[in-house]
Design a binder for this molecule. Structure first.
Ligand code: DGI
Ligand code: FE
Ligand code: FE
Ligand code: FE
Length: 187
């Protein structure tokens, strides 16, 4: 699928700020993909679709999780964790996107997981550092993104867990698995 076709598909499903976030994630993912030597076209398509299901109704997403092969334990955690897995399923069903690199980057963009591919890291990091974001400690992450992909992904994972723990949020196992595995992969 071409970039412009993908953008036209997602736009009606998103608010204007979320659509603009998505375009910035795509631009950021393109830069990271070329720097870290993964397919620029795939990273861009994954980024364009990453928040495709962000505003689907919770009832519909819950039904999709129940009726599909997606892990049922997602339903015991915050619904914010549902939109990536549901999007990775729907883009295949609706648009025939079967590419596993693209589907995994979308699936895991919120939590990460153990053994993340470079493509998964590119989208995960791009979502966090796109120019419209302003998290505490973001400058440090943006600087690292110029140098080391694994260390950058580790920083995003660490910051996200710190943020969630401060809020007393429940943390999905993949979120911890990402952090532990990335810690092991730091040199
Ligand atoms: O969709 P976006 O806002 O662009 O970003 P996202 O999908 O990466 O993350 C959405 C939110 O999910 C973000 O505030 C961090 C949060 N999150 C990540 N891992 C977990 C989590 N929330 C909970 N409750 N548990 C997690 O494990
Ligand atoms: Fe998201
Ligand atoms: Fe994210
Ligand atoms: Fe996003």
């Amino acid at each position: 699928m071409k970039k412009d076709e993908a953008i036209a598909i997602i736009e009606p499903y998103l608010t204007k700020p979320r659509f603009e976030h998505t375009l910035r994630v795509a631009e950021t993912a393109v830069k990271l993909a070329s720097k870290y030597d993964v397919s620029v076209e795939k990273a861009e398509l994954a980024a364009i679709f990453h928040d495709y299901c962000k505003y689907r109704s919770l009832e519909v997403m819950a039904r999709i999780i129940e009726a599909s092969s997606l892990p049922k334990d997602l339903l015991e955690y915050h619904h914010e964790l549902w939109h990536g897995p549901v999007a990775s399923l729907l883009i295949e069903q609706e648009y025939g996107i079967e590419d596993q690199d693209i589907k995994n980057a979308i699936y895991y963009h919120t939590t990460g997981r153990a053994n993340m591919s470079k493509m998964e890291m590119v989208v995960f990091v791009a979502d966090y550092i796109e120019p419209g974001r302003s998290f505490e400690g973001l400058d440090e992450v943006r600087e690292m993104a110029e140098k080391e992909l694994i260390r950058t992904t580790w920083m995003v994972s660490r910051n996200t867990i710190q943020f969630l723990m401060r809020k007393k949020s429940r943390i999905y196992p993949d979120t911890f698995h990402a952090y532990n595995d990335l810690t092991k992969r730091l040199d």
